[in-house]
Design a binder for this molecule. Structure first.
Ligand SMILES: NC(=O)c1ccc[n+]([C@@H]2O[C@H](COP(=O)([O-])OP(=O)(O)OC[C@H]3O[C@@H](n4cnc5c(N)ncnc54)[C@H](OP(=O)(O)O)[C@@H]3O)[C@@H](O)[C@H]2O)c1
Length: 286
């Protein structure tokens, strides 16, 4: 009989889910179950309950989320169903079956008007439907399962899925000139680094519930990020800094999106790579 602790990953076909899958061989002490949206749509509560009846995983890492930030402005109900209510149900089911619940949230729960890094205790004030729906998920998780761990992260990219790094790489190939906003600052997060930290938390054997922040080290604008991506290619495309007012989007983005990661570092002795080092590591795999 296989007695290894079981880690269930929902939303397994997203950026973070796929990076967790890549990390599976590094953690042979655990048995992983990866479920995509097709395998287990988290908003189908009966399916979720039935799955837990059959499997009772030791840990659940919920990577499933409605992440279309602009579309959420016109699909509020769906965004709240997936990012809010469904997270509450997952948390409650985890409590019922004694499964430890790790949920991922976002810097968009803040309004971005701050001038210093946001701590997990900083007041939230989401400016978009997506941000509000993710905040609802955090609140429901902690209400139905106070033993949950929630990790807020920012500017996630990886070799998988759609993200800023891959979009810029494509545009560098297609264009001679590229405008990128320089008045929104934050910290990029390589999903592989986040995956590693999540699994390190689990493997530590120490479980301290609450909200944590994780991102790579360093603060940059999207413009600086694009320039750094270009520097790792042979592109001759010219990149120009522009104000975000020039690029109106359906959802408002926080201008200042810097997360203070001290609580996670102090509680779990985890490090965090500088964003440039992580970007180079991702680009090498692309
Ligand atoms: N990306 C960022 O910049 C960013 C920043 C901060 C925080 N986060 C948070 O980090 C976490 C991981 O993000 P990510 O970048 O890996 O997102 P992602 O690539 O968009 O992956 C999300 C996954 O969730 C799946 N999904 C959507 N609705 C579902 C449902 N009802 N049931 C089950 N699965 C469902 C999606 O399925 P399909 O593949 O079929 O669409 C997708 O595979 C999310 O909680 C996100 O909110 C992301």
């Amino acid at each position: 009989m296989n007695t290894k602790p079981v880690i269930l990953v929902t939303g397994a076909n997203g950026q973070l889910g796929k990076e967790l899958k890549q990390m599976e061989p590094v953690f042979p002490g655990f048995r992983f179950i990866f479920l995509s949206r097709e395998d287990l749509p988290i908003h189908h509560f009966e399916l979720v309950r039935n799955f837990f009846k059959g499997y009772q995983p030791t840990y659940l890492i919920n990577c499933a989320a409605y992440t279309a930030v602009d579309r959420a402005e016109s699909e509020k109900e769906l965004a709240f169903q997936v990012n809010g209510e469904s997270v509450g149900v997952l948390a409650a089911v985890c409590k019922e079956y004694d499964t430890r619940f790790i949920h991922i949230s976002t810097d968009y729960v803040f309004d971005g008007k701050g001038k210093t890094a946001y701590t997990p205790e900083s007041p939230t004030n989401p400016q978009s439907v997506y941000g509000a729906s993710k905040l609802e998920g955090e609140q429901q998780a902690l209400l139905y399962n106070p033993g949950s761990i929630i990790i807020r992260t920012s500017w996630v990219y990886s070799e998988f899925g759609k993200n800023f790094v891959k979009t810029i790489l494509r545009l560098l190939n297609e264009k001679e000139d590229l405008d990128v906003v320089n008045d929104q600052v934050g910290s990029p997060t390589y999903a592989a680094d986040l995956a590693r930290v999540i699994l390190d938390i689990i493997a530590s054997g120490k479980w301290v519930p609450g909200i944590y922040h994780y991102c790579n080290e360093g603060i940059i604008s999207w413009y600086e990020f694009a320039v750094a991506i270009k520097e790792l290619t042979k592109s001759n495309c010219r990149i120009h800094p522009v104000p975000s007012a020039q690029y109106p989007t359906a959802a408002k983005r926080p201008a200042y999106s810097v997360l203070d990661t001290a609580k996670l570092r102090e509680t779990y002795s985890t490090g965090s790579r500088n964003w440039k080092e992580s970007l180079a590591a991702c680009m090498a795999r692309l």
